[in-house]
Design a protein around this ligand. Structure first.
Ligand SMILES: Nc1nc2c(ncn2[C@@H]2O[C@H](COP(=O)(O)OP(=O)(O)OP(=O)(O)O)[C@@H](O)[C@H]2O)c(=O)[nH]1
Ligand SMILES: [Zn+2]
Length: 369
C-alpha cells in the first residue's frame, strides 16, 4: 500500500482532503446521488454509472459487485462467491455512460445485449472499492462506476475509514420529543433522533412510562413506503406495523411499556428506488434475494447498531422483541441489547405476498408457518 492518497498532478480536479472523515463520507454520498465523481484514497476516481451526467465521459474499466458480474456471466461462480466483493471489468472498447448503464441496470438486460468481451482484473485497491460499493448502496443508487474516466469533472475525496465515523451510532442523539396520541393508543410519546452526518431521521414511539423494572415489548420496523403508507400487498410490512403499534399500546394496559422504532432503512437498506427495481425483477420471476443479487446489492443491509443506540437513548438495554427473524435478534444482541424473549409477529398472508413470505421462511431463516 502506498501513501494515504495516490499522487496526483496539481489541479487534476480532486477537492481538498481537509474535511473531517464523517463530513467527507457525507459529501461523498451526496456526490454520488447527484452524479458527481468521487476520488478514492489509494485508488482511482469513480463516476457513478446511474446518476452521472458528464457527457462524453468514457473509461477503460468499470467497477461493479461480484453478484451483478456473475449475473452478466462476466465472472465465474468462484469469483462471485462473496456477492458484494468488488469486480473490476476491463472492456474491449471504452465504456461510455450508455454502455455503463447497460452493465449496471438489469432493467436494460433485454434491450441492450452486452458488447464484450470483458475480463475481470485484479484490484489492488480492494478495500476502497468495497467501500465505494457500500457508499453507492447508502446513496440508494446502482452500485456501478466508471473507473478513472476522462472528462468526469471535480471529484469528491473519500477514504474507506470515512464510512466508520459516518455510521458511528454514538453520534445519534435525541433531537425532539412530544406527546403523540395515536389510533393504537393515546398514552404515547414520539422521540426523533438525528446524527450530524447521516441525514436520515429515525423515530421511536414509546407507549406508557419507561421503567427499568420491566423490559419493554419492542418492534424494530424498517421503513417500507409502499407497505406502510400505500397499502402494498407485496409484503407484510403494513399489517406488521399496525399490529406492532397495537401490541406496544396493549402493554400499557398490562402494566408494562412498549416501543416501536421506525427505522429509515427502506428496502432493508437498499433504498426505495432500488427496492422498486427489485420488484420489477420479482415480476420476472426472481425471488427477493435473487432480485437484489441481480442488482449487485445485499439482501440485508440494515444498520442494527443504530436501533441499539435508540433504545439506549430511550433508557433500556433489555427488550422483548417482536420478530420472526432470528437474525434480527442476533444482530441486536451483537449491538449490545439483551433480548429476553422473541415474540412471534406473523400476520395473515395474501395472494400477492405468499412468495415473499415463503422466501423469508425458506431462504432467510424466518420462523414462519
Ligand atoms: N429489498 C427488498 N426489501 C423489501 C422487500 N419487501 C420488503 N422489503 C423491506 O423489508 C423491510 C421489512 O422487513 P421486516 O418486516 O423488518 O422483516 P424481517 O426483519 O425480515 O422480519 P420480521 O421482524 O420477522 O418481520 C422494509 O424495509 C421493507 O421495505 C423486497 O422485496 N425487497
Ligand atoms: Zn414492505
Amino acid at each position: 500500500m502506498g501513501p494515504a492518497q495516490r499522487p496526483r498532478a496539481a489541479g487534476d480536479g480532486v477537492r481538498s482532503l481537509s474535511a473531517s472523515p464523517s463530513r467527507r463520507a457525507a459529501q461523498a454520498v451526496d456526490a454520488l446521488r447527484h452524479g458527481w465523481p468521487i476520488a478514492l484514497a489509494n485508488g482511482p476516481v469513480l463516476l457513478p454509472a446511474e446518476t452521472a451526467f458528464a457527457p462524453g465521459a468514457t473509461a477503460e474499466r468499470m467497477l461493479i459487485g461480484a453478484a451483478r458480474a456473475e449475473t452478466l456471466k462476466l465472472v465465474n461462480q468462484r469469483e462471485a462467491a462473496v456477492p458484494h466483493a468488488p469486480v473490476l471489468l476491463h472492456g474491449a472498447e471504452r465504456f461510455d455512460l450508455a454502455a455503463a448503464r447497460a452493465v449496471a441496470d438489469p432493467a436494460l438486460d433485454l434491450a441492450h445485449p452486452l458488447k464484450g468481451p470483458f475480463r475481470a482484473e485484479p484490484i489492488d485497491w480492494a478495500e476502497s472499492a468495497a467501500a465505494a460499493l457500500e457508499l453507492a448502496r447508502i446513496a440508494g443508487i446502482l452500485p456501478a462506476f466508471l473507473v478513472d474516466p476522462s472528462g468526469a469533472g471535480e471529484a469528491q475525496p473519500f477514504a474507506p475509514a470515512d464510512l466508520t465515523s459516518f455510521t458511528d451510532p454514538a453520534r445519534l442523539a435525541i433531537a425532539a420529543r412530544a406527546r403523540l396520541p395515536v389510533a393504537a393508543g393515546e398514552d404515547c410519546e414520539i422521540v426523533a433522533f438525528r446524527a450530524p452526518d447521516d441525514l436520515r431521521e429515525h423515530v421511536a414511539l414509546v407507549f406508557g412510562m419507561p421503567s427499568s423494572d420491566r423490559p419493554p415489548l419492542v418492534r424494530l420496523h424498517s421503513e417500507c413506503l409502499t407497505g406502510d403508507v400505500l397499502g402494498s400487498l407485496k409484503c407484510d410490512c403494513g399489517p406488521q406495523l399496525d399490529a406492532a403499534l397495537h401490541a406496544a399500546a396493549q402493554e400499557v394496559q398490562h402494566g408494562g411499556w412498549g416501543v416501536v422504532l421506525y427505522l429509515r432503512q427502506e428496502g432493508r437498506g437498499i433504498g426505495l428506488v432500488n427496492k422498486l427495481r427489485a420488484y420489477r425483477l420479482q415480476d420476472q420471476g426472481f425471488d427477493t434475494i435473487d432480485a437484489n443479487r441481480r442488482l449487485g446489492l445485499p439482501d440485508e443491509a440494515r444498520d442494527f447498531p443504530v436501533a441499539a443506540r435508540m433504545l439506549e437513548l430511550i433508557g433500556t438495554g433489555t427488550v422483548r422483541l417482536m420478530t420472526n427473524n432470528p437474525e434480527k435478534v442476533a444482530a441486536l444482541e451483537a449491538a449490545g441489547v439483551s433480548v429476553t424473549e422473541r415474540v412471534p409477529h406473523s400476520l395473515p398472508d395474501n395472494p400477492h405476498n405468499t412468495r415473499y413470505l415463503a422466501t423469508k421462511r425458506d431462504r432467510t431463516g424466518h420462523l414462519l408457518p
